[in-house]
Design a protein around this ligand. Structure first.
Ligand code: NDP
Length: 256
């Protein structure tokens, strides 16, 4: 476990604070010996990441990247290339929808809200992959985060569920595009976890309670469990897996 990712350079996108799923993943990758770089969008996130990495990986590059901006994405991978040369992995842990779109009826979704959710939460994986590919000359692993609301209707998830469906389909198309180059693309479908983004979903705490009560394992998922799965997907232990959506949700998805 300790050295599973020794010599691997991985870009982590989507740490906002210590509760972020991306931070749970980053800690596991770091423990396994990976060299990490981070992107952030907001200034607050930058400050938070600086504090988080202070004691453990102070040298890790922090790169500003708004995934709605192609120039940002291109510049990000230019910097990653200058720092690391070769890239072996990407954690794409980014999503956003307007708070008002995460409640009520799906048919009330605005055109602007729909496009924004798709652009940030689904298209960004495509754009990031395009610019990352030239650096992944030794093969690699791209991991994104999704949720069950992309497969079935979950109350209030609305426009984000549709964006996750597009993200999950993108994982499959990208896996086919890149498979021969030994670049694997997979998703982790995590159970609900209390994070900044999750707070935007109306009645999220009800969702958590219901999950805890009904999930086969009778408990909530831990961020570190998502981190361990990401570590597996970034390592050679998962060398034959691509285009997959792994549910890390205490078995909740098997329920009807
Ligand atoms: P966080 O709020 O911690 O992370 C979301 C991240 O998305 C933030 O770092 C945010 O950056 C970033 N982001 C939003 N818009 C942009 C943008 N335009 N450009 C670049 N970055 C952007 O929440 P989570 O950790 O919960 O979310 C991570 C992923 O996990 C998401 O894809 C989410 O859908 C998924 N997921 C979450 C679950 C949960 O219950 N929490 C369950 C299943 C999946 P900033 O804050 O700087 O804007």
């Amino acid at each position: 476990m300790q050295q599973l990712l020794k010599g691997k350079n991985i870009l982590v996108m989507g740490v906002a604070n210590k509760w972020s799923i991306a931070w749970g993943i980053a800690q596991k990758l770091h423990e396994a010996g990976a060299c990490l770089a981070f992107t952030y969008q907001g200034q607050k996130s930058e400050e938070n990441i600086r504090k988080l990495i202070h004691g453990t990986m102070p040298e890790a590059p922090l790169i500003p990247c708004d995934v709605q901006n192609d120039q940002d994405i291109e510049a990000t991978f230019q910097q990653v290339g200058e720092k690391f040369g070769m890239l072996h992995g990407i954690i794409h842990s980014i999503a956003h929808a307007k708070k008002e779109e995460l409640e009520g009826c799906y048919f009330d979704t605005s055109r602007e809200g729909y496009l924004m959710a798709q652009e940030i939460s689904a298209y960004s994986l495509v754009a990031v992959t395009k610019y990352a590919k030239p650096l992944m000359t030794g093969g690699g692993s791209i991991v994104t985060l999704t949720y069950l609301g992309g497969e079935r209707v979950i109350k209030n998830y609305n426009v984000m569920g549709v964006a996750k469906a597009a993200l999950e389909a993108s994982v499959k198309y990208l896996a086919v595009d890149l498979g021969k180059e030994n670049i694997r693309v997979n998703a982790i479908s995590a159970g609900p976890i209390k994070t900044l983004a999750a707070k935007g979903i109306k009645n999220f705490s009800t969702m958590l309670n219901e999950f805890e009560e009904k999930s086969p394992m009778g408990r909530l998922i831990l961020t570190e469990e998502v981190g361990n799965t990401a570590l597996f997907l970034c390592s050679s232990l998962s060398s034959g897996i691509t285009g997959e959506n792994i549910h890390v949700d205490c078995g909740y998805h098997i329920l009807g």
